[in-house]
Design a protein around this ligand. Structure first.
Ligand SMILES: [Zn+2]
Length: 164
């Protein structure tokens, strides 16, 4: 095994998360920012620990008892408000808010692919096709994304969160 680039490899390796089942909204917002987050009803207690350990993910949890189960690295999320939760994680992990938003599927966590407009005609409502130019697509769950007004609202909300 080569040891030459271990440190630079580590710094380049992007942080990934495993969120417990109480943190659905936080998980979604981290995906909005483009971060890799696993989340689901099975991710609690030892299931969460196992999943995080298997893939080297940082655990995000609201479960005070998780500590007793000897988890790998974790962040205890203080607030039950998603804005505060997101702010806590952004600060603790020094996440970049603006580097790659809207690059990941909010439903399944896969990376999105750019899709040429002419290929989505059958996949989106007519008014969307007529008014939007940029589309991306999740090849796993086949959801099509476009830059609609809700995206602008999300960006504004994120800016508010990071400014406080
Ligand atoms: Zn998807």
């Amino acid at each position: 095994m080569s040891t030459t680039d271990a440190s630079s490899e580590k710094s380049q390796r992007e942080i990934t998360f495993a969120a417990d089942r109480m943190l659905g909204r936080l998980a979604k917002w981290l995906r909005v920012l483009g971060y890799d987050v696993i989340y689901g009803p099975h991710l609690t207690g030892y299931g969460l620990i196992r999943a995080a350990r298997a893939e080297g993910r940082l655990i995000l949890t609201r479960d005070r008892r998780l500590k007793q189960k000897q988890p790998p690295e974790f962040i205890f999320i203080e607030s039950d408000q998603y804005c505060d939760q997101l702010r806590q994680v952004v600060r603790a992990c020094r996440l970049e808010i603006a580097s790659k938003p809207f690059t990941r599927c909010l439903g399944c966590n896969s990376l999105l692919q750019i899709r040429p407009k002419e290929t989505v005609k059958q996949l989106v409502p007519v008014y969307v096709f007529d008014t939007q130019e940029n589309f991306s697509w999740c090849s796993q769950c086949r959801r099509v994304y476009w830059s609609a007004t809700h995206r602008q609202k999300m960006v504004e909300e994120l800016e508010k969160i990071s400014a406080r």
